[in-house]
Design a protein around this ligand. Structure first.
Ligand SMILES: [Zn+2]
Length: 450
C-alpha cells in the first residue's frame, strides 16, 4: 500500500496504525487484506489537508429526474408502481437534503484511482478524540469503493443507494473479522447516520443473524443493476437489488422480464416474483400491504427466484397458487404430487399440522399429506384442523354453512362421521359434540356415551 502524507498531517503512530490494520487478514474475493486490494489495484492513499465541502452527488440529482420522468409516464395513479416511485422520489429528496451537511472524511476518486483521507475534518468530529477509529474505518470504507471499481467492473454504474451502504457494510465486516476493537464504535457511528449509509449497519446485523448471501453480494459487487435503483427497506430489513442481467423468465408460456426490487409483479401473467430473505417478514402481510395490486385472488403464479428463502408464514399462500421455482434456488425445489414447493431434502414446504404431517390446500379444498408427500387425509374438506391427543384430525364439510364436522384418523378414515355442528375434545379423551342444538358426549370411535 502506498500512502502519501506530504504535509505530515498524521503522526508516525497513526501512519503505522493504518499500515498495520491494512495488512490484517481479510478475505474479499481473491484478495486477502485491504493492503492487497490497494496494492494490486494500484490505488494510492493520500493524506489531504483541509476540509472538503461536500456537494450533493450528481447521482441524486440524476436519479430524482429519472424517477420524476418515469412517474409522469404512469397513467394509473392508484397503481403500486406509481406509489412505489413516488416513495422513491421522497427518499431521494430527503437524502439530498441530508447530504448537504455531511462531513467528508475521505473519498475514492475512480478517475485517478486514489483514496484521499481528510484528518483535519476528522479532528472536528467526536472532539478530535476518535482519530484512530475514523482513520481506520474511513480507509476501509474507501478501500471498498476501490474494490468495487476493480478493472472488469469499470463499466458498471455507481449506484449510490447500494454502494454507500455496502461500503459501510464491508468496512464493518472488515473490523469484525479482523477482531478490531473499533468495531463497536464504528457500528454505532454508522447506525447514527441519517443518510443511506446507516443501511450498512442494518446489513451487518442481517449478516450476523444468518443472511450469509450478503457477503457474496459484497464480494461480487459491482453487478449490473437497473437505473437508479433504491434498495427496499421493510421494517428495518434491507433488500439489496438483484442483478438486472438475470434475464427473462417464462411463466405459462409467456416471457416475463422481471424488474427486481427484491420482488416483482407482472400484470400480464399475474405473477408475483419473490427473491431474497423473508425470514421474520411475512409474504402474506406483504401481499396485504400491497393489496391493491397483489390481491390474493387475482394472483395466479408465484415465481421463486434464486435467492428466495422464507419462514413458515408464506406456505399457505404457496399451497393455493401455481408456484414456479427457479432451478438455481439453493433452498427449495419444484414440488410434485400437488405440493408446490419442496425443500432440498424433499420435505414439503407447507404449513405443518403436527410433526411430519402437513396441511395442504388445492382449489380451495383441504387435506393432509405426510413428509413423503403421501396423501393422508384426502384433499376434499372445507378445512382440516390440527391433530388432537387421540391422533384424530377434525375436518369440516366443504359446503358449510351449516357447519358439519367429523374426525379423521391417520389412515384417512372418517372415524367419526361428519354429522356434528361442533366437536371439542375433553381432557379425558372423549368429545363434547353438538347436533341439532343438543349436546352429547362421544368416544373417539363416535359411540355415544351420554
Ligand atoms: Zn463512500
Amino acid at each position: 500500500m502506498q500512502i502519501t502524507d506530504q504535509k505530515s498531517l498524521l503522526s508516525k503512530e497513526q501512519l503505522s496504525l493504518l499500515k498495520r490494520c491494512a495488512k490484517k487478514t481479510f478475505v474479499l474475493g481473491r484478495y486477502h487484506s485491504l493492503d492487497e486490494i490497494l496494492t494490486k489495484l494500484n490505488v494510492e492513499v493520500i493524506i489531504e489537508p483541509g476540509i472538503q465541502q461536500r456537494s450533493i452527488p450528481s447521482y441524486l440529482e440524476e436519479s430524482e429526474k429519472y424517477w420524476i420522468d418515469r412517474l409522469e409516464e404512469i397513467t394509473d395513479r392508484d397503481s403500486m408502481e406509481f406509489t412505489d416511485i413516488r416513495d422513491d422520489i421522497r427518499i431521494i429528496r430527503r437524502e439530498k437534503e441530508l447530504w448537504r451537511n455531511m462531513p467528508l472524511r475521505g473519498l475514492y476518486d475512480p478517475k485517478n484511482n486514489i483514496i484521499k483521507l481528510f484528518p483535519e475534518e476528522m479532528q472536528t468530529e467526536y472532539n478530535g478524540k476518535c482519530m484512530d477509529e475514523l482513520l481506520v474505518s474511513t480507509l476501509a470504507h474507501e478501500t471498498m469503493h476501490a474494490y468495487f471499481n476493480r478493472p472488469r467492473h469499470k463499466r458498471m454504474p455507481y449506484v449510490l443507494f447500494v454502494e454507500e451502504p455496502l461500503a459501510e457494510f464491508g468496512m464493518l465486516l472488515y473490523l469484525k473479522e479482523t477482531r478490531s476493537s473499533y468495531y463497536g464504535w464504528a457500528h454505532k457511528d454508522v447506525s447514527s447516520k441519517k443518510t443511506c449509509y446507516r443501511y450498512g449497519a442494518a446489513l451487518m446485523d442481517q449478516y450476523l443473524q444468518g443472511e450469509a448471501s450478503l457477503r457474496d453480494y459484497l464480494k461480487s459487487y459491482k453487478i449490473q443493476l437497473e437505473d437508479y435503483v433504491i434498495p427496499s427497506c421493510w421494517n428495518g430489513t434491507i433488500s439489496l437489488p438483484q442483478s438486472g442481467l438475470s434475464g427473462s423468465i417464462v411463466v405459462g408460456g409467456k416471457k416475463v422480464i422481471p424488474q427486481w426490487h427484491g420482488f416483482f409483479y407482472d400484470k400480464q401473467t399475474e405473477t408475483l416474483g419473490l427473491d431474497g430473505d423473508w425470514r421474520g417478514r411475512c409474504v402474506f402481510d406483504f401481499m396485504q400491504e400491497r393489496g391493491r395490486i397483489y390481491s390474493y385472488e387475482k394472483l395466479k403464479n408465484i415465481y421463486i427466484a434464486d435467492g428466495f428463502r422464507c419462514d413458515g408464514h408464506a406456505y399457505t399462500l404457496f399451497s393455493e397458487k401455481n408456484v414456479i421455482v427457479s432451478p438455481n434456488n439453493k433452498t427449495y425445489k419444484q414440488g410434485s404430487n400437488d405440493i408446490p414447493l419442496l425443500r432440498k431434502d424433499n420435505t414439503p414446504c407447507i404449513e405443518q399440522n403436527v410433526d411430519g404431517l402437513y396441511k395442504i390446500c388445492r382449489n380451495g379444498l383441504w387435506g393432509v399429506v405426510d413428509k413423503q408427500q403421501n396423501i393422508i387425509v384426502p384433499i376434499k374438506y372445507g378445512f382440516v384442523y390440527t391433530m388432537d391427543a387421540n391422533e384424530l384430525i377434525m375436518v369440516v364439510c366443504p359446503d358449510f354453512p351449516p357447519c358439519q364436522c367429523g374426525l379423521v384418523n391417520r389412515q384417512g378414515i372418517e372415524q367419526v362421521p361428519l354429522i356434528y355442528e361442533q366437536i371439542a375434545i375433553k381432557s379425558d379423551g372423549t368429545y363434547r359434540v353438538k347436533k341439532s342444538g343438543k349436546e352429547y358426549i362421544i368416544d373417539k370411535y363416535g359411540n355415544r356415551i351420554h
